[in-house]
Design a protein around this ligand. Structure first.
Ligand SMILES: *Cc1c(COP(=O)(O)O)cnc(C)c1O
Length: 445
């Protein structure tokens, strides 16, 4: 018996029985969740896996420390090494995104958005945002961060077939309404946004363009989607755990005037942050370093896979959005699933089959349909991360077809999904080796 397990046993002895067993329940739940994902096909467009070097950072002492403010201007002692770490993250971010400014402090994409909103707007201001029915995120909604700041909003018109902002329509809304800020970027982000036209109109009205790249940050880093800072956006916000395969954290990246950037940074701290979670920031640093090495290949493969999946589902009889543009130029496809029973039924059926994705509102849905929307959203970041390619996308499409259209027995499909998944159990596009979905060695032995 090892020293540590002997120590653990002593603790077991002295602990009050029921408290300990309640605590141990979390281990059991974590193990079961690991096993669930190890055996399932993960197709949630906003999820991904971290690299081994990044994973290590989550367990480091960084996770127990405070560092308010900016490097060199802190409010606590003990930040000497933290400052070096944070400065290195900023430097890597500037290099990866070819950006003048980086703020890696936001602890999620929504917090990054709140910081920008806090910095650049005042209550009562008007903001132009993507339409919710066009794939816009809740943080751009009145019931989300935009409403929290007391902003009024006007929606940018979009093409319902591609869920993409309509360039001429957007330009005319901006020129007519003269919003304080223009926000671009969606949660169902199939094709690049028409930033050139939007930026031109926004220049005329003096409105900064803010690009929410939460979903597509890794594709931008890999230079495979669009280059918002060169197409007129002053600031990009993002989550760092969707197509960028890092920790659950956020970031802001800028090509802004000094004054605008200062206001954004003050929006982050003291606006919406106190401490900013140093272990996830260090994990983000590892991720950025790995993206500089592997990001272009990873982004290429993610997009190739989503296009393959879109084409295959289409040829099997599914109504995949964006047909006229090749279904997708990102990591995401959207499927109109009304003919197969609607988003709720289909997503729940697939879950029973070991295929995990989410139901999603489509342009025709009103808010009453949020619990049973017309669509499903499918993403390829995670299946790509573990090494699946176009031929596996065909296999996945076939499993979806058999589950949803042929209505085969879920147990049979679940078994086949697990067999397929078994062949792909390593995290790729990173330094070092890590068996996916098997992080707690101690727990599982
Ligand atoms: C996911 C997402 C966010 C929020 O990200 P979190 O990191 O979950 O807070 C913001 N904007 C868009 C468009 C998103 O899709």
């Amino acid at each position: 018996m090892s020293q540590s397990s002997r120590a653990a046993e002593t603790d077991v002895h002295h602990a009050s029985g029921s408290g300990l067993s309640t605590a141990m329940r979390f281990r059991e739940l974590a193990q079961r969740n690991n096993a669930l994902f190890r055996e399932s096909i993960p197709l949630i467009a906003s999820e991904n896996l971290m690299s081994p070097l990044a994973m290590e950072m989550l367990l480091s002492d960084f996770g127990f420390r405070y560092a308010e403010g900016l490097p060199g201007h802190r409010y606590y002692q003990g930040n000497e090494i933290v400052d070096q770490m944070e400065e290195l993250v900023v430097e890597l971010g500037k290099k990866l995104f070819n950006a003048k400014q980086v703020d890696p402090r936001p602890i999620s994409g929504t917090i990054a958005n709140m910081g920008v909103i806090y910095g650049l707007t005042s209550p009562g201001d008007l903001i132009a945002t993507p339409a919710l029915a066009g794939g816009g995120h809740i943080s751009a909604a009145e019931f989300g961060a935009v409403g929290f700041r007391g902003l009024k909003r006007v929606e940018l018109p979009f093409d319902p077939e591609t869920m993409t902002v309509d360039p001429a329509g957007a330009a005319s809304v901006i020129r007519r309404e003269r919003p304080k800020v223009v926000l671009v970027g969606q949660s169902v982000f199939l094709f690049p946004a028409p930033l050139k036209e939007i930026s031109e109109a926004a220049r005329d009205t003096g409105s900064p363009v803010w690009y929410d790249g939460a979903h597509v940050l890794g594709l931008i880093a890999g230079k495979k989607f669009q280059d918002p800072l060169r197409e007129g956006a002053e600031v990009i916000t993002g989550s760092t755990h969707k197509t960028l395969p890092g920790p659950q954290h956020g970031i802001a990246v800028g090509n802004a005037s000094e004054d605008t950037w200062k206001r954004i940074q003050r929006g982050m701290f003291p606006g919406v942050l106190s401490n900013h979670h140093l272990n996830t920031m260090a994990a983000l640093g590892v991720t950025l370093a790995e993206e500089l090495e592997f990001g272009e290949k990873y982004a290429t493969d993610i997009i190739r896979n989503s296009q393959a999946l879109g084409e295959e589902l289409h040829s099997l009889g599914f109504k995949v959005l964006g047909e006229k543009l090749g279904f997708t130029k990102s990591h995401t496809i959207a499927v109109d699933i009304r003919a197969q029973g609607g988003g709720k039924l289909v997503a729940e059926t697939l879950e029973r089959c070991g295929i995990i994705l989410n139901k999603n509102m489509l342009p025709d849905d009103d808010s009453k349909k949020s619990q049973n929307p017309s669509g499903i959203r499918i993403g390829t970041p995670e299946v790509t991360r573990i090494g699946m390619g176009p031929s596996e996308m065909k296999e996945i499409a076939s499993l979806i077809h058999r589950a949803v259209i042929k209505r085969e027995d879920p147990a049979t499909i679940r078994k086949e999904a697990a067999d397929l998944k078994k062949r792909f159990n390593q995290v790729k596009y990173c330094f070092g080796k890590l068996e996916a979905y098997r992080y707690f060695r101690l727990m599982e032995e």
